[in-house]
Design a protein around this ligand. Structure first.
Ligand code: ADP
Length: 636
């Protein structure tokens, strides 16, 4: 079987649907990816901005706290060097004695109290404590050999001794500041001040700050969280461990490592680190991310490190991610709605345009059709005008023909009319001559009788000429005619011929008023009766029937004769102009044509019937204007 189009054949129905489904699926996936992308972008952007803000804030915090730490550790710097100015201390170092020691002990005790330090003490160059502020306490340093302490070793060499450590006697952590006491160029002893820095830790805790200070060995000496205290921020080699153990700097602490689970450098000395969070049971409960910023502290080999939790920033980033995704989704929905609206508007516009086009097309067709119609109308008007002119011309021609026909009839009848008139004229001449003679003789009665006859003859002649004049008169298309009058006038005109060749005329009609001009009806009857008389010729039995029937508003008059009838081959030519079978100048062949056109002009018709019993019957149908009285039958 042939397919209607190759395109429909090539693509099965199922496949025509699939690309659309596929497109929708693809679009959904793309939009989903867009939403996720927006969410991710929001997250990353918020994270970056948040990190930058945190870093800036952290930088400020770091700077502030570093200054605070620096001022805290430098405010005692001058203290050990002050002892150089004290004579009692100098004398004790030069020549120790119980009395001098006691004086210096008291002095150091007072000084220590006022400065708020942990302990203040003086060592000789061998590292033995000669006097100390805590001489009264059981954990007094008095007499202890502290030559192993790094701060002593530095100070005795003339270098400032700075040291954070845990006291070997008290087990108390503190910051040791040592100063070599000079006598001229020679160092005669070492003055040491031990201060506590835990005020800083408390301040950090109050401010909910997570920070720590690591010393030159990478050991956290100060921390806002006690858990971080005395932990190594980087791995310690075995040598370092041994050295530290020997110096007892951190007493017997294990110095565990505080290593982050992950470390991501973010540039500019900033790192993101994650530490395992301590759980309720002391076990790790999951990592906590921090922004780690650190800077060295002035005049010390120490570093201050600030840890800013990223928890809130992460939450904010997630919120922004959701916000981004939501905004993207909103935009997509808005876009889809706008697209849908655009489609609807486009469809409406297309429909309106199509409607407009259809309208324009319709208007164009209407205009074309109107132009055609008006052209046809013009043509019709012209045709009507032409037809009217032709009709008028025809009518005029017809009138002239009718007139010519009448004149022809009159011409035909002229011989018999002349004969008809000659007879009374001859009689008149004779009667008038006789009357004169009778008058001369005085036979008045006879003369009177003659004159009466003369009057009758004149009347008769007047009637003949009157009917001729009436017949010759022009008629109109409209008018009324009396059937009786018309028949009488027609028979009057044909009287001479009827006298010559009598015929039995049977009247079987009632008088009626018919819708035709009187003379025209007379002319039709003269033609029909005349033709019947001609057809019957000189046959012995000449009969003529005039019968009328009224049918509603129509009247049918039949003129029938018992002549020879009309040969079948001639019947179709009867109403043709100039068709005649009459010899010589007897026939013009216009009688029936004119009679038919006169009947038609009056709204009627003229037809012919060929009765089976012989003869010919012409049927004249005309409008009946007045109802006819009851039919009467008579013979002529
Ligand atoms: P015309 O009388 O001048 O011949 P008509 O038109 O009156 O012209 O008649 C045409 C012809 O029709 C006549 O010549 C005649 O042959 C035929 N015709 C008319 N009436 C009759 C009739 N009653 N019987 C037989 N023939 C007739």
């Amino acid at each position: 079987m042939q397919c209607p189009t190759a395109r429909l054949c090539a693509v099965p129905p199922a496949l025509t649907v699939k690309p659309r489904l596929f497109r929708h699926l693809l679009l959904t996936l793309v939009l989903l990816a867009l939403v996720l992308g927006c969410g991710y972008a929001g997250y990353r952007l918020s994270e970056r901005i948040g990190l930058r803000a945190l870093a800036e804030n952290g930088e400020r915090q770091l700077e502030l706290n570093a200054r605070a730490v620096e001022s805290e550790i430098t405010k005692y710097n001058y203290l050990p060097s002050l002892l150089e100015l004290n004579d009692d201390v100098r004398r004790l170092l030069q020549t120790p004695s119980h009395y001098r020691r006691q004086r210096v002990n008291d002095f150091l005790e007072g000084l220590n109290r006022r400065s708020g330090s942990l302990a203040t003490y003086v060592l000789d160059t061998s590292g033995r404590v000669l006097a100390t502020s805590n001489w009264r306490t059981p954990s007094s340093y008095l007499g202890e050999d502290l030559s192993f302490r790094a701060y002593f070793q530095d100070a005795v060499q003339g270098k400032p001794g700075r040291f954070y450590g845990i006291g070997s006697t008290t087990g108390e952590p503190g910051y040791y500041l040592a100063h070599g006491l000079r006598q001229g160029e020679r160092i005669i002893g070492v003055a040491v001040v031990k201060v506590r820095l835990d005020a800083l830790e408390r301040r950090w805790q109050r401010a909910r700050l997570e920070a720590y200070v690591s010393d030159e060995n990478g050991i956290i000496i100060l921390a806002s969280s006690p858990a971080r205290r005395l932990k190594a921020v980087h791995p310690l080699g075995p040598n370092t461990r041994e050295r530290l153990a020997r110096s007892l700097q951190y007493h017997w602490w294990a110095l565990e490592e505080l290593q982050p689970l992950a470390r991501t450098p973010l540039g500019d000395g900033i790192e993101q680190v994650s530490y395992a969070a301590p759980g309720d049971t002391g076990q790790a409960a999951g990592p906590i991310n921090y922004l780690e910023q650190s800077r060295p502290l002035a005049d010390t080999p120490w570093r201050l490190t600030l840890l800013t939790p990223l928890r809130d920033q992460r939450r904010a980033a997630i919120s922004y991610a959701l916000l981004g995704a939501g905004a993207c989704m909103l935009l997509i929905v808005l876009g889809l709605a706008l697209n849908q609206r655009r489609k609807v508007i486009a469809t409406r516009l297309a429909a309106r345009e199509a409607l407009q086009q259809a309208n324009n097309e319709l208007e164009r067709k209407i205009a074309e059709r109107t132009a055609d119609l008006s052209a046809s109308n013009q043509r019709l008007k012209a045709e009507i005008h032409e037809r009217r002119q032709t009709e008028a011309h025809l009518r005029q021609t017809q009138d002239e023909l009718v007139q010519a026909g009448k004149l022809a009839v009159i011409g035909q009848m002229s011989t018999s009319i002349a004969h008809e008139l000659n007879q009374p004229l001859a009689a008149l001449r004779t009667l008038s001559g006789n009357s004169v003679r009778y008058l001369q003789r005085g036979e008045l009665e006879v003369a009177g009788s003659n004159l009466q006859t003369i009057g009758e003859l004149v009347d008769r002649m007047g009637k003949i000429t009157a009917s001729l004049r009436a017949f010759a008169r022009r008629g109109g298309d409209s008018g009324q005619a009396s059937l009786n009058t018309a028949v009488e006038a027609a028979l009057m005109l044909l009287q001479p011929r009827l006298q010559r060749s009598p015929a039995q005329i049977e009247h079987d009609y009632a008088d009626a008023r018919l819708g035709i001009d009187q003379t025209r009806l007379e002319q039709i009857l003269v033609n029909l009766i005349g033709n019947a008389l001609d057809a019957m010729g000189e046959q012995a039995d000449r009969r003529l029937w005039l019968s009328g029937v009224a049918e509603a508003d129509c009247y049918r008059l039949e003129v029938r004769d018992n002549g020879p009838g009309i040969a079948p081959e001639l019947r179709s030519h009867l109403f043709e102009p100039f068709f005649t079978t009459k010899p010589g100048e007897q026939g013009l062949g216009l009688g029936l044509t004119l009679s038919a056109s006169l009947a038609a002009a009056a709204g009627g018709s003229l037809g012919v019937r060929h009765p089976a019993e012989g003869g010919t019957a012409f049927v004249l149908s005309l409008a009946l204007l007045a109802p006819a009285p009851a039919p009467e039958s008579s013979h002529a």
